[in-house]
Design a protein around this ligand. Structure first.
Ligand code: PRP
Ligand code: URA
Length: 209
């Protein structure tokens, strides 16, 4: 079964509190999503392999470490996942970004795909799929399945808030995928929204409601 990492860093939890607040406006909401994504990215990349190189300082030769192994790709699930990309790119400027567009059908709550554009070497990259919300898990599971169809093997999932139902769905459908979240909330409501959650992440990032 896939591991769920609940990231409890005080800075992250502090920012998450203001993200949840219904009185937080669009500008601050967007800023907080970016900052949270950056802090989460720091934790989610903790085990990336490194290799030793030598660097000449002004004083002597120093044995230092740099990232090694496969290159990274960030795959945001549109729309809301887009809000997490810039914060992560700030930390890993060499990462490529693949986009997958999915929306939830309001009646069935099932994901509907409308867009996809991946870097050509996506199957050789270590991938972090990002979306602020993991509710039923349908969108994330479909995105991961899609990437596996491209031959991707090393995939992690990063969500700011998850519902227990979404975590269980990913663990069942994709036991090989590690999950990084800042919180696992209580439940889903009858419309498959996370309770207490933060409302509709896409609408709050882009000001569409
Ligand atoms: C939201 C969210 C996830 C999905 C989560 O997107 O950003 O992609 O719902 O729900 P699930 O786990 O039940 O699939 P939404 O469909 O509202 O689209 P948007 O990002 O364009 O607002
Ligand atoms: N999508 C959101 O944006 N919020 C939820 O609570 C569930 C799905």
């Amino acid at each position: 079964m896939s591991t769920v990492h609940i990231l409890e860093h005080p800075l992250l939890q502090h920012k998450l509190t203001y993200l949840r607040d219904k009185n937080t406006g669009v500008n601050l909401f967007r800023e907080l999503v970016g900052e949270i994504a950056m802090l989460m990215c720091y934790e989610a990349t903790r085990n990336l392999p490194t290799e030793e190189i030598e660097v000449e300082t002004p004083m002597a030769v120093a044995k230092c470490r740099v990232l090694a192994g496969k290159k990274l790709a960030i795959v945001p699930i549109l729309r809301a996942g887009l809000g997490m990309v810039d914060g992560m790119i700030n930390l890993i400027p060499s990462a490529k970004v693949g986009h997958i567009g999915l929306y939830r059908d309001p009646q069935t709550h099932c994901p509907v795909e409308y867009y996809c554009k991946m870097p050509p070497d996506i199957s050789e990259r270590t991938i972090i799929v990002v979306d602020p919300m993991l509710a039923t898990g349908g969108s994330a599971s479909a995105a991961i399945q899609f990437l596996k169809g491209y031959g991707c093997k090393n995939i992690s999932l990063m969500n700011i808030i998850a519902a227990p139902e979404g975590v269980a769905r990913i663990q069942n459908d994709h036991p090989d995928v590690e999950i990084f979240v800042a919180a696992v909330d209580e439940k889903l409501n009858e419309n498959a929204y996370i309770i207490p959650g933060l409302g509709d992440a896409g609408d709050r990032i882009f000001g569409t409601k």
